[in-house]
Write a protein that binds this ligand. Structure first.
Ligand code: C2E
Ligand code: CA
Ligand code: CA
Length: 252
């Protein structure tokens, strides 16, 4: 049922992107945004990705949705950078199926061409799941992505089942630290230890580490004390549609 509705949604482009800021609090600057898809259902209102992305992955519909997301995100942010004379980066989530498909690289290339976004402003986020399923092929695709100038981040770092050995094999730039680690701050000593250890791993591999799900000042204080510099979370801003984000940015 939902599957049929999703087919219609794809045909009629019933999707919208919300953007959440990545903030560098020491300067107060918004460094970039993450694009998060929403399904604007004609009767049910906004449907969150956790509800339809897993289904879209099973049916393969994620490929069409994902390509639309990359395209829309790059067009939006390129336009926004032109209008406001900024250099915001845009992060886009790529599902395992989408990543492994032939045509993925051509799709990225096409989007960069039509949007005129500088490739280094586009970041793709993949989960550890992509790495497990792909192995050698993943390394090849990632190298080609890097050759385009596009950066790669590991999303939900530390929550998959993959071996840390991939850090030595893959051309990565960033890790996004899952909100489940941040959630237990400021009180949980073990979470603090873990976040310190992850910080050190990231530093050793020259990866930028970005904690997600920062919801309050106490969490931010502890993370800053550990050494983290760039953050994402409701404390800095919830995901919002473009026009609201623009309002906020132009106020600063
Ligand atoms: P994600 O990539 O880990 O995205 C971050 C999620 O955490 C977002 O949920 C965001 O709203 C939420 N979040 C951000 N800050 C906070 C916070 O301070 N506290 C809490 N409790 N939550 C916070 P959202 O938008 O519902 O997206 C859920 C997941 O759906 C994403 O997790 C991502 O895996 C997937 N997703 C979203 N858009 C896309 C897309 O275009 N393509 C694909 N393949 N997956 C997507
Ligand atoms: Ca993400
Ligand atoms: Ca994440």
């Amino acid at each position: 049922h939902l599957r049929l509705e999703l087919r219609e949604a794809i045909q009629q482009k019933q999707f919208n992107l919300f953007y959440q800021p990545l903030v560098h609090p020491s300067t107060g600057r918004v460094k970039g945004v993450e694009a998060l898809v929403r399904w604007c259902h004609p009767e049910r209102g906004y449907i969150f990705p956790d509800v339809f992305i897993p289904l879209a992955e099973r049916t393969g519909q994620i490929v069409a949705i994902g390509q639309w997301v990359v395209e829309k995100a790059c067009l939006d942010i390129a336009e926004w950078n032109r209008q406001h004379n900024t250099q915001l980066t845009v992060s886009v989530n790529i599902s395992p199926l989408q990543f492994g498909r032939t045509g993925f690289l051509e799709g990225l290339n096409y989007v960069l061409e039509i949007s005129h976004l500088s490739p280094e402003l586009l970041k793709i986020e993949i989960t550890e799941g992509v790495i497990i399923t792909g192995a050698e092929r993943t390394v090849e695709i990632l190298k080609s992505v890097r050759a385009l100038g596009v950066q790669v981040a590991i999303d939900d770092f530390g929550t998959g089942y993959s071996s840390l050995a991939y850090l030595t094999l893959l051309p990565l730039k960033k890790i996004k630290i899952d909100k489940s680690f941040v959630f237990r701050l400021p009180d949980d000593r073990k979470s603090i230890k873990l976040l310190e250890a992850i910080y050190n791993i990231a530093k050793a591999f020259q990866l930028e580490a970005i904690p997600e799900g920062v919801e309050n000042e106490k969490q931010l204080q502890i993370l800053s004390m550990i050494g983290y510099k760039l953050f994402q979370g409701f404390f800095f801003g919830k995901p919002v549609p473009t026009y609201e984000f623009l309002k906020r940015l132009t106020k600063e």
